[in-house]
Design a binder for this molecule. Structure first.
Ligand SMILES: NC(=O)c1ccc[n+]([C@@H]2O[C@H](COP(=O)([O-])OP(=O)(O)OC[C@H]3O[C@@H](n4cnc5c(N)ncnc54)[C@H](O)[C@@H]3O)[C@@H](O)[C@H]2O)c1
Length: 320
């Protein structure tokens, strides 16, 4: 089993790579090679099989063709210009998220190996006037360029899979918290910052009204497990739409801050400042937060139990 992670230098890509290294198998087959491809560098991974790194701009079709020519049985497509950046810089989002995804799908079609492709879509696929709760079949109605680019990828994935060019699965990720490292260009970045920074004795800014703002959230461990499960399931179980919502939990920012207080005490709470950023608030308030991820649950995928356990996971995995 030869596996490729596009966006393998990113937050989820690296966590997924480490999980694959621990397991050693996917879809019942022993992993013989893992490749982490990214436009930026990737970390070295300890694994019982060879792990290689490729520097690649997914918007460059020739580079994608060369990489695809190396032959992959399963591909996790996580490469993306994230929400805030794609909104601020339309062309860079369009290049990576639309043309990059099209390049991968077209290259897979030309290549003929018919790999399993797990495509990371997003909660940003929904917004505007949609019924609540959101079900897997609810009409996508993105309110950002990033969300629109993700939804276009979903449509292509369904059609390329229907035609038998590859075996695709598209999963709409909730916002993944707590992200380690530094804030990123995602509009959702503050969901992690308000927990991560105070737990490390650093100040954080909350750019939204805590009582009025909710998130549809998942932990890194849960999302990695659900991405792996998405690759494992049989295509027949997906029905006529291969794109579905991953499980998450709905939490207000105020509840997140209360959980921070239970783990980090008053010192942590005192490190949060509050100043509304209307651009961030506008993007985040356009995202849906009330979901019924029936397909994922029926396929054995799971959500976190509560937000306290997500904070504890960050402490155990990143600060220990
Ligand atoms: N983290 C979340 O909360 C979240 C939520 C919903 C969806 N997603 C999706 O999950 C995927 C992974 O997210 P993440 O949090 O790990 O993001 P990330 O930014 O940490 O990783 C994405 C990676 O893609 C790479 N990339 C960007 N443009 C590229 C290009 N042109 N060619 C090759 N690589 C390129 C980046 O360098 C980065 O390493 C993304 O597709 C994202 O849209 C993430």
């Amino acid at each position: 089993m030869r596996i490729l992670i596009l966006g393998g230098g990113g937050f989820i890509g690296l966590k997924l790579a480490k999980a694959l290294a621990e397991r050693g198998t996917l879809r019942g087959d022993t992993i013989t090679h893992l490749c982490l491809a990214d436009v930026t560098g990737t970390e070295a991974i300890d694994a019982p099989f060879p792990v290689t790194a490729e520097s690649l701009d997914i918007a460059n079709r020739d580079a994608v063709d060369t990489l695809m020519g190396k032959g992959w049985d399963a591909i996790f497509h996580l490469a993306a210009v994230v929400s805030g950046q794609a909104e601020a810089d339309f062309v860079s989002g369009l290049r990576a998220n639309f043309f990059g995804t099209l390049n991968l799908f077209e290259s897979a079609r030309a290549n003929g190996r018919k790999p399993v492709i797990v495509y990371s879509s997003s909660v940003a696929a929904y917004g505007g006037e949609v019924p609540q709760p959101i079900e897997d079949w609810t009409n996508t109605n993105p309110q950002t360029s990033y969300g629109s680019q993700k939804v276009i990828g979903e449509l292509l994935l369904n059609d390329y899979s229907r035609r038998g060019f590859f075996d695709g699965r598209g999963v709409r990720l909730p916002t993944v918290v707590v992200r380690p490292g530094k804030p990123n260009a995602a509009a959702s970045s503050f969901f992690s910052s308000i927990i991560r920074e105070p737990l490390q004795g650093e100040p954080a800014m909350c750019p939204v009204d805590p009582e009025a703002t909710k998130g549809w959230l998942t932990s890194p461990r849960a999302v990695v497990e659900n991405l792996l499960r998405s690759a494992e399931i049989d295509a027949e179980t997906l029905g006529q739409n291969r794109c579905f919502n991953l499980p998450g939990i709905t939490v207000t920012v105020a509840e997140m801050i209360e959980a921070l207080g239970r783990k980090g005490g008053k010192e942590a709470l005192d490190l949060i400042d509050y100043e509304i950023n209307t651009a961030v608030e506008k993007i985040v308030s356009g995202w849906a937060v009330d979901f019924k991820p029936a397909k994922a649950l029926a396929l054995g995928m799971q959500a976190d139990t509560d937000f306290d356990s997500i904070v504890q996971q960050f402490i155990d995995d990143e600060l220990a």
